[in-house]
Design a protein around this ligand. Sequence first.
Ligand code: CP
Ligand code: NVA
Length: 307
Amino acid sequence: MNHFLDLSQIDKKELRNIVEEAKRRKKKYSIKKKVSVTESSNAQDKLLLMIFEKPSTRTRLSFDLAMRQLGGQTIVMNANDMHLGKGEESIEDTAKVISSFSDIVMFRTFSHKSLLELSNLLNIPLINGLTDHSHPCQLLSDVLTFEENKGSIKGAKVAWIGDGNNVTNSAIEAAVQFDFQLNISCPKGYMPSKKTLDWADKKNGKINIIQDPKKAVAGVDAIMSDKWISMGDKVNVKQKKKALKDYQANKKMMNLASKDAIFMHVLPAARGEEVSAEIIDGKQSVVWHQAENRLHGQKAIIDWCLD
Ligand code: CP
Ligand code: NVA
């Protein structure tokens, strides 16, 4: 049994195998038969419990469909409807019940600490479905999307512009584990986690902090971005948006990247803020491809966790 908590916690060869498994399973998938089980998996007849403290569209849909295609089933719970969420039951007691009723758990939580606490209490695998610190499932499938559009990500140049958030932290970990260069351009005060940057440094990651977004995107193969205000962000919104105004992925910015660069975004997006409509809805954008690949990524992650 394996937990999928962060890309930094998993051996890089294993991560590569998960991406390859996602590619392999994707070939067998038929868009016309969304719930048919095409091949056996470790999730056959197993139950995935999903607990959400925050909203979700892609993560919820892709995990649910992934489990059906793997021959298993799901139960989705809103943390607010659970005794744990209301402070009426301890995490220890909740973990015992969850461990006996389900085979694998996905947790989307406000606090990364809660995820780690739960991982120590469960005796079944746990998947990080997004915390305030990271979003590893997203980056795993983003590697798949990059490679389908641009070929091997090894040695590629990617720029992250905008807010330095949970997704940026996972992008840094992905850059180290999948050997690509990541230029990070975020305004002062909105940088990604120092701990993650220090970890990347120790691992000799090719991470460049470049304050000027125009310099950060010069000649890159992909520009990545995310909403300026994340779920649960306790910030002065006006002040933050002002600090980020020069970090928009727009035509001028895309023109500085390599000629056939792609634009990537986690979604949901706020057009006119971190990205212009012209770019996200334009030819270089692969955002819908990214959203679809969450399904294929999740299938490989679940199968690996239950191995
Ligand atoms: N990208 C992503 O995780 O989307 P949701 O919040 O809709 O799950
Ligand atoms: N950074 C965003 C990602 C949403 C999928 C958030 O945490 O809200």
